[in-house]
Design a protein around this ligand. Structure first.
Ligand code: PLP
Length: 472
């Protein structure tokens, strides 16, 4: 058996290293799409077990034909970090160790490492040090965890025990949220019984930021328990709600303030970007991702709650066979919905050590500078516009060429298709204010100025080719 481990793990590590070391040279789009990949994987359930090494090689041979190049230096799709190699190596160990990271007795090393990583996160993000941190799958679940803590606490203040009695018959909770909040926050609200459509949506400006006057009006309508959801880093514009003003208004109305900062919260880690996000520290809870700007491997997100008791009331799992909390041991399961789960703290700890405080700040600043330069280069071409003010690492591009909206939409779609087909770089599309745009998220670990500008050139070439093809 011991030979099997060495052979098997060596094959996996070699395949992984081969893939990653070639990422910059490969086309930045998958070679095969979902349907083609379905064909390749399609087979009946095997009756007999197979040969370990062959299985791993077959998986790699097959999967590599349809991988998205999210770890490449010219990948700008969605908002996807690129799994820092040190984090990946740590994650390989997490898998091999097989630690069930539910509590400190089942997983002493993993629990302790997570405790320290949690402290480091509060330090790097400069959030209240008394806050508790749950290591979740991503920002969707982190938002859910924080909003569950919020729900429990605002009802507790109104004399209602949500954790024990549920929410039927409870005092109604007003939920305020910006019109340009991320779709997954509405999902989190849906899971919690708030309803996606029942919440009070507050109007936003051209950058997707909540308009203070409209927020003030919404606050004036609050009577009783309330939660306000703000945003650090709008998915298309990268911009921030004006926290100082909004948090004060929400608190004056007695609301719990939650901030979705999936990627944008990391602006805190850089002295240069930090003024953009001033006042965010006055909120009550924050959700952010590890697997976006921090570059931890998938999956990893953090639910940060100022009031640890509220956090624990919402999430604690208690059973006679689980250890009671006596001393100051921290059980990972008290801060997230899962009991059994992987040791996310190992990869988080390792990536923070690999980058360091200065490395994280430099990376954030580099990505913002590359976004600025790419946007400027694109906008300098007649017919190409950048609809947002580039304040962070996200921007949009519209290939309109002065055409009527509907034709401009088609030209933008055709340009995106060509960019993806050419494979020099990768970016996807979205609708913004009813118009088709291309979204660019500068977040790759290896994305620098040269890679960014080379990508902008490829985008411009695709635009000219798309124009020629459509004859516009
Ligand atoms: C990505 C993102 C989310 C969801 O995070 P996941 O890690 O995909 O679960 C939520 N809000 C914002 C602003 C995001 O960018």
């Amino acid at each position: 058996m011991s030979d099997t481990y060495f052979q098997l793990f060596r094959v996996a590590a070699e395949r992984a290293a081969m893939f990653r070391s070639r990422a910059a040279r490969l086309p930045q789009s998958p070679r095969k799409d979902y349907r083609a990949m379905l064909e390749l994987f399609n087979a009946p359930v095997p009756d007999q077990g197979g040969v370990p090494q062959e299985i791993v090689e077959q998986l790699a041979d097959t999967a590599e034909q349809g991988l998205q190049m999210a770890t490449g230096p010219r990948f700008f799709g969605w908002v996807i970090g690129s799994s820092h190699p040190v984090g990946v190596a740590a994650d390989m160990l997490s898998s091999a160790y097989g630690q069930n990271t539910g509590n400190h007795q089942a997983a002493p090393a993993a629990s302790a490492c997570e405790t320290i990583a949690a402290r480091w996160l509060l330090d790097l993000l400069d959030l209240p040090r008394e806050s508790s941190v749950g290591f979740a799958t991503g920002a969707t679940v982190a938002n859910f965890v924080c909003l569950a803590a919020a729900r429990g606490e605002v009802l507790r203040r109104a004399g209602w025990d949500a954790e024990g009695q549920g929410i039927f018959g409870a005092p109604e909770i007003s939920v305020l949220i910006g019109d340009d909040a991320h779709t997954t926050v509405f999902s989190a609200l849906q899971y919690l019984g708030f309803g996606r459509d029942r919440v009070m949506r507050v109007g936003t400006d051209e950058q997707g930021r909540i308009v203070p006057a409209q927020f003030a009006r919404a606050c004036a309508g609050i009577s009783g328990p309330a939660i306000a959801v703000l945003q650090a880093g709008q998915i298309n514009t990268g911009d921030f709600d004006p926290f100082t003003e909004l948090v004060a208004m929400a608190h004056a109305a007695g609301a719990w303030v939650h901030v979705d900062g999936a990627f944008g919260l990391w602006a805190r880690a850089s002295a240069r970007q930090r003024p953009l996000i001033a006042g965010v520290e006055a909120a009550d809870s924050w959700a952010t991702d590890g697997h976006k700007w921090l570059q931890t491997p998938y999956d990893c997100g953090f639910a940060i709650v100022r009031d640890e008791l509220a956090h624990r009331r919402a999430m604690t799992i208690a059973a006679s066979y689980l250890p009671a909390v006596e001393g100051d041991e921290r059980d990972p399961s008290h801060y997230v919905p899962e009991l059994s789960r992987r040791a996310r703290g190992f990869a988080t700890w390792a990536v923070i050590k690999a980058l360091g405080r200065i490395g994280i700040a430099e990376m954030v600043e580099r990505h913002c500078a590359v976004a600025q330069a790419m946007a400027a280069k694109l906008a300098s071409v007649p017919g190409i516009t950048v609809p947002n003010n580039v304040v962070l690492n996200q921007f949009m591009v519209r290939f309109a060429a002065g055409l009527a909206d509907e034709v401009a939409d088609r030209l933008t779609e055709e340009t995106i298709r060509r960019i993806q087909r050419d494979g020099v770089c990768f970016a996807g599309g979205a609708k913004w204010r009813g118009q088709q745009v291309m979204r660019v998220s500068v977040i790759g670990l290896e994305t620098d100025m040269a890679e960014g500008l080379r990508s902008a050139e490829a985008m411009i070439a695709a635009f000219h080719a798309a124009r020629a093809k459509l004859g516009v």
